[in-house]
Design a protein around this ligand. Structure first.
Ligand SMILES: [Zn+2]
Length: 461
């Protein structure tokens, strides 16, 4: 794998100099954040630690998406090299990607990567591969602009005027942009912006057709959450005005949609005297069966994808490399599928297949264990400890890990579990925290954010 280069950057705003690592390979299979970061214009973005000014460094990188067979090289003119040097740099980038790939994944598209002189044109190529046209991008921009105007308007009257003029643009995609902005403002602690976004949202939920539909959808879901019974689901489905709401209800209430549910629905149909209403109920039955079939088909597809990955792992000459590349796909479902394949081989008395599957199993488990930060492993051990004595022993055995950052993690667990109403776990974590505190030497109070060398990120509510 290519080394991580460091760059010395001089802030164009305040002239402060600082170092930052350069990204040369963006591989969406190995790093699912690569694509969103690319699209957000954050690749090799230098943010000045002193004044916060952000600028993009014009340095070459390669973007690799093996599933779409995309190998795209960003080679800005500012890299200022001769043709020959540029060609060599492009070759070096594609070779660097190849070296991370198992043999069977080294395909010809990598030998001739597409080269882009501007960041924007590369982004457009990535979007195009997703079936996103320039018109669609423009439509998104228009909606983002509209949101800005709504936020800038200072009175409800002004906002109402903007809403009335632009009703056609206030669709579900607009509401998605609004939600994303809300999440971002919330995550960044921008209380003011959050407040204004909530105001705009409340107004739109009341004043637009789509808004009223979305509000009704969320009310229906809440009603089902409050009373998750077949009877309630049936009532809500009958009341629901639009197909999307019914689909959400069936998806969310999936465990309720069983034989008994259809029996209830059939009984309702049979006892309905109004011809018109009976027809509607019959159509509803068809619709619910269709949605359920869709959900099942999707689940089958997911299992198929895991089986496919399993076959690839069995066939690969470098299964370990492949497993590392496809790490995000090695989830619970994958392990379930693998386990059931092993069971099948065992029942069939197929020793050879069984032992090959077991080899994959051991490999995957080992790789997954390597991924778990040691702090999380310790936390799991503590939560699984049957009594306080065991807890104390576990903590003593790991005393070198009992630092500020681990204590902060425990505190966070206590808070989260209390918030979720998991009293038992919260109490256990509290006890672990108390014991751990008695073991950590008193240190002068240091005010710095907890650092997690293992890369564990804590989400604060
Ligand atoms: Zn600066």
């Amino acid at each position: 794998m290519a080394q991580r280069l460091m760059a010395r950057v001089t802030c164009p705003n305040c002239r402060q100099t600082f170092g930052m690592p350069l990204e040369q390979i963006l591989d969406v299979e190995m790093d699912p954040s690569a694509k969103p970061r690319l699209l957000a214009g954050q690749v090799n973005q230098a943010v000045c630690p002193s004044c916060g000014f952000a600028s993009i460094l014009e340095v070459p990188f390669i973007y690799h998406d093996p599933h779409k067979e995309l190998a795209l090289v960003y080679m800005p003119m500012a890299a200022g090299r001769t043709d020959m040097e540029r060609q060599q740099a492009i070759g070096a980038l594609s070779r660097a990607v190849m070296s991370t790939l198992p043999q069977e994944q080294r395909k010809s598209y990598l030998i001739n990567p597409q080269v882009f002189l501007s960041y924007e044109s590369l982004v457009n190529r990535v979007l195009e591969a997703d079936g996103i046209t320039p018109e669609m991008i423009q439509a998104q921009r228009d909606r983002a602009d509209l949101l800005k105007r709504l936020l800038a308007a200072s009175t409800t009257e002004e906002r109402m005027a903007i809403i009335q003029e632009n009703e056609a643009m206030l669709d579900e995609s607009f509401f998605r942009i609004l939600s994303l902005n809300l999440e971002q403002a919330d995550a960044m602690g921008l209380t003011d912006a959050f407040q204004r976004l909530m105001e705009v949202r409340a107004l739109l939920l009341e004043q637009t057709t789509v808004g009223r539909k979305l509000a009704a959808r969320s009310r229906a879901l809440q009603a089902l959450q409050a009373e998750p019974t077949r009877e309630k689901l049936l009532d809500l489905l009958v009341e629901a005005g639009d197909p999307a709401t019914r689909a959400v209800l069936v998806t969310f209430g999936q465990p309720l949609v069983d034989y008994l549910f259809f029996q209830k629905l059939t009984r309702r149909i049979e006892s309905e005297t109004d011809e018109e209403k009976r027809k509607l109920l019959e159509a509803l039955r068809e619709e619910v069966m269709g949605i359920r079939e869709q959900i099942r088909a999707q689940a089958r597809e997911e299992v198929q994808a895991k089986l496919h990955l399993l076959r690839d792992l069995l066939a690969s000459e470098q299964p370990e490399l492949l497993a590392h590349r496809r790490l995000v796909e090695l989830d619970d479902l994958f392990l379930k599928v693998l386990a059931s394949e092993m069971e099948e081989a065992q029942q069939a008395g197929d020793q050879e297949t069984l032992s090959r599957l077991q080899k994959v199993w051991r490999l995957v488990i080992r790789i997954l264990q390597e991924q778990v930060p040691p702090e999380l492993l310790l936390l799991t051990q503590l939560m699984e400890a049957p009594d306080e004595e065991t807890m104390r022993q576990v903590l003593e055995a790991n005393s070198q890990m009992l630092n500020d950052s681990f204590l902060a993690l425990l505190e966070q667990v206590v808070q989260d579990m209390q918030a979720r109403g998991e009293e038992e776990v919260a109490q256990k974590a509290t006890r672990a925290l108390e014991i751990a505190r008695t073991m950590t030497p008193a240190r002068p109070e240091k005010k710095r954010p907890p650092q997690r060398p293992s890369g564990l990120v804590m989400v604060r509510g």
